[in-house]
Ligand binder design. Structure first.
Ligand code: EPU
Length: 419
């Protein structure tokens, strides 16, 4: 196991580059299963979840060639249209192969995800949507089996609630279904739009991605393509907050400011100066004191749940009471107890965290519980007096590409220690 040992207190100052988006790369890799021709993807971040998705794609029989951040996949034939439990239990996003596999081969067997640190996160909405496209679904021995021997057919899918990977899964199924599919109450996340761009390059006919109604005209087959993944808006947001919490001067480059509007608005409300110094660069500074700011997580374009924990760390340094409400996941507050060990004053009331600031943070031994919770602990540690040890950093490696190297280049003092 590895831990981070972080010496806090230094203001960060540098330009930090952003990697490709993990949550965009995952469906893009799954989409490669839809064609027998090679698909080359650029800017694939070398993070652990991507390695897991690549394992899953190899398991199905496709060839995967990785060269740095370029990945080429040729799914000439699919021998095993299956996502086994051993993989799905480590990464819920494995369910992203369900739609492509059933669309391409007429059957798919995907393990049901088990419990998850941030909430129940079932995949019932993926399953119901596939049934609307004519798939027969059986549930057996912990697996979901989807069968469509004569292929999928278009239909109207209305999601009861907005789901990001659910929208992506059904979009990948619909591109090869016969006739028209209408996806209502679709997720509008930039990652859905990026997937639609890739699928369109492969020959799919899609309209409305980025709005809540997506229309797809099914085609008989898709072909090879080349595509560059968008910037990781959550990584970018994490670095912007790192600049603010250390009262440094940080520019984040290679990002898409448009994807970060909700965070930018909240940072400004909190007294952080955010400037767009180039079309792909945002710079943060804190000219005065930080102010308490209420925030509620919502689907895009609202404030991303994946930045809630990091924003909470920042609010421990703001004067006054901040109300932080988590509306997407029921249990995404595991960082609260750990932040409290570092001196934060936070009370939990159901889905709301009430943060009283500002409090002095001090280095402590804490445990990372999930990806974004770990990021918030790193941020708190950067602002804390003394040394913090964060155990189980494999959580952070799931989604951040060399976070300690990027932050150290900006003046942080983070050591990765095996133990
Ligand atoms: N939900 C259901 N049934 C379903 C699907 C979802 O009840 O079939 C519920 C979930 O339990 C949750 C809500 O709907 O309460 C929204 O979940 P969603 O399906 O949108 O989440 P996801 O697609 O599983 C993606 C990201 C998450 C991110 C969420 C919300 C990927 C690979 N994952 O998950 O990212 O938090 O959308 O924006 O894109 C992360 O990167 O740390 C991460 C957790």
């Amino acid at each position: 196991m590895e831990k981070f040992v972080i010496q806090g207190g230094a203001p960060l100052s540098a330009t930090i580059p952003v990697s490709g988006s993990k949550n965009s790369a995952l469906p893009a890799l799954a989409a490669c299963l839809l064609t027998a021709e090679p698909v080359t993807l650029h800017r694939i971040p070398p993070v652990r979840d991507i390695g897991t998705m690549i394992d899953l794609i190899r398991y199905s029989g496709a060839e995967v060639h990785v060269e740095g951040e370029r990945v080429t996949i040729t799914a000439a034939s699919i021998d095993k249209p299956e996502a086994p439990y051993e993989v799905v239990k480590t990464m819920r996003a494995s369910s992203l192969v369900l739609g492509p596999l059933v669309a391409r081969t007429g059957c798919a067997r995907v393990s049901m995800p088990g419990g998850c640190a941030i909430g129940a996160r079932p995949i019932n909405l993926h399953v119901t949507a596939l049934q609307h496209l004519g798939a027969e679904i059986r549930q057996d021995h912990g697996y979901i089996e989807a069968v469509a021997p004569n292929g999928l057919r278009g239909g109207t899918v209305h999601f009861d609630r907005i789901t990001v990977t659910g929208t992506e899964d059904i979009l990948m199924a619909a591109v090869l279904a016969r006739g028209e599919t209408i996806i209502e109450n679709a997720a509008r996340e930039p990652e859905v739009v990026d997937l639609a761009h890739l699928l369109t390059r492969m020959g799919a006919k899609i309209e409305g991605a980025g709005t809540s109604t997506i229309r797809v005209q099914g085609v008989d087959k898709l072909g090879g393509a080349e595509h560059t993944i968008i910037a990781d808006r959550i990584e970018a947001g994490t670095f912007l907050i790192a600049g603010a919490i250390t009262r440094g001067d940080v520019a984040v480059t290679g990002c898409v400011p448009e994807h970060l509007r909700a965070l930018i608005a909240k940072l400004q409300q909190a007294g952080v100066e955010v400037t767009e110094t180039a079309p792909d660069t945002l710079r943060v500074r804190v000219p005065g004191s930080l102010r308490n700011t209420d925030m509620t997580t919502e689907e895009h374009p609202g404030f991303a749940t994946d930045l809630q924990a990091q924003f909470m760390a920042l609010m421990t340094q703001a004067e006054g009471i901040s109300f932080i409400t988590e509306k997407i996941f029921e249990n995404r507050f595991m960082h609260v107890q750990e932040l409290a060990r570092m001196g934060a004053n936070i009370r939990l009331e159901g889905r709301q965290a009430i943060v009283a600031g500002s409090t002095r943070l001090t280095g402590a031994q804490v445990i990372a519980s999930d990806l974004r919770a770990s990021a918030s602990l790193v941020l708190a540690a950067l602002a804390a007096d003394g040394e913090t040890e964060i155990d189980r950093v494999y959580h952070i490696d799931r989604g951040y590409d060399r976070i300690e190297a990027k932050l150290n280049a900006a003046g942080a003092n983070i050591r990765r220690v095996a133990h």
